[in-house]
Write a protein that binds this ligand. Sequence first.
Ligand SMILES: NC(=O)c1ccc[n+]([C@@H]2O[C@H](COP(=O)([O-])OP(=O)(O)OC[C@H]3O[C@@H](n4cnc5c(N)ncnc54)[C@H](OP(=O)(O)O)[C@@H]3O)[C@@H](O)[C@H]2O)c1
Length: 322
Amino acid sequence: MKYRKLGRTNYEVSEIGYGAWGIGGALWQGGRDDESLAALRRAIELGLNFIDTALAYGDGHSEKLVGQVVRDSGRKIYVATKVPPKNQLWPAQPGIGIDEVFPYDYIMACTERSLRNLRLEAIDLQQLHVWNPEWIGRDEWRRAFEDLQRSGKVKAVGVSINDHQPDSALELIETGLIDTVQVIYNIFDQSPGRNLFPLCQKRNIGVLARVPLDEGSLTGRVTTASTFPPGDFRNDYFRGDRKRQVVERVNAIREDLGLADGELPEAALRFCFSHPAVSTVIPGMRSRRNVEVNCSLPDRGPLPPETLAKLKHHAWDRNFYD
Ligand SMILES: NC(=O)c1ccc[n+]([C@@H]2O[C@H](COP(=O)([O-])OP(=O)(O)OC[C@H]3O[C@@H](n4cnc5c(N)ncnc54)[C@H](OP(=O)(O)O)[C@@H]3O)[C@@H](O)[C@H]2O)c1
């Protein structure tokens, strides 16, 4: 494993972190808690020390599993969680005021709930789960973040940016009030590289690269025949003709890079930490097997410049969350 500084915090975080949405169940079906716990424990054995969870992931279930493993580990593991939007709307909608989404008391109450689920004394990184740039001048989120940090319940603060809208956080970063951003960054969505990443580097803001495998399509395992369990959000994400579109794009990447079967997840994850602005890449990985593969990748280093140059041409502008 290798480590990078998380922006201006003093955290040295592993280049591969743990995306804990999937282990919450609910929108991700087909997992089992005993396997998730074993995967998390194995990740920590392999040097992973950063976990991204959220109060919304299985209504606290993911936080409970994460807290259990972190407490048992006896090591310093950095835990990031998130305050869900009060109106339960992902992503944030233009024109909807902060009083409906992140009122002060609500941010404080959600943080208390997360602390109870995690059974930890403090949260290393508390994030707003959506962001709307119209809220920039509002006092609620600023005061809540300040008071939480002053009380010691939260150590660092950040925002998870709306899907495929990296530039919506530029002004927020300029305020100097947040330590990190979490953003979709993968071979298909390379847009954070244009404006967001250079600004994060300039302002020393930590970057969590989320959905590095495009919810599974960049593992190469989604085929036109793939099915997902009932209730799983991927039924919607990969609905209609989308699986066929994905297979076409994935095959083009494989061909261009000369990848053998099974080599795409490595290329996809190394692509993400090849960018120096990225502090940690947080794939979801509910199995020990995937943990072992992914945690071995930092030792192989970034992708060579000629591979990165080829991958530039595989960016794909679309929004499957719609
Ligand atoms: N709005 C937000 O703030 C937001 C939204 C989405 C995600 N996130 C965060 O970002 C994290 C990552 O995103 P994600 O979990 O949605 O999707 P992802 O990381 O793009 O993809 C996860 C999928 O890839 C599979 N996988 C992982 N490593 C693999 C490997 N080496 N070989 C083959 N398959 C592999 C996983 O399988 P298994 O799980 O079955 O092992 C899972 O099906 C989340 O867990 C969450 O922490 C945040």
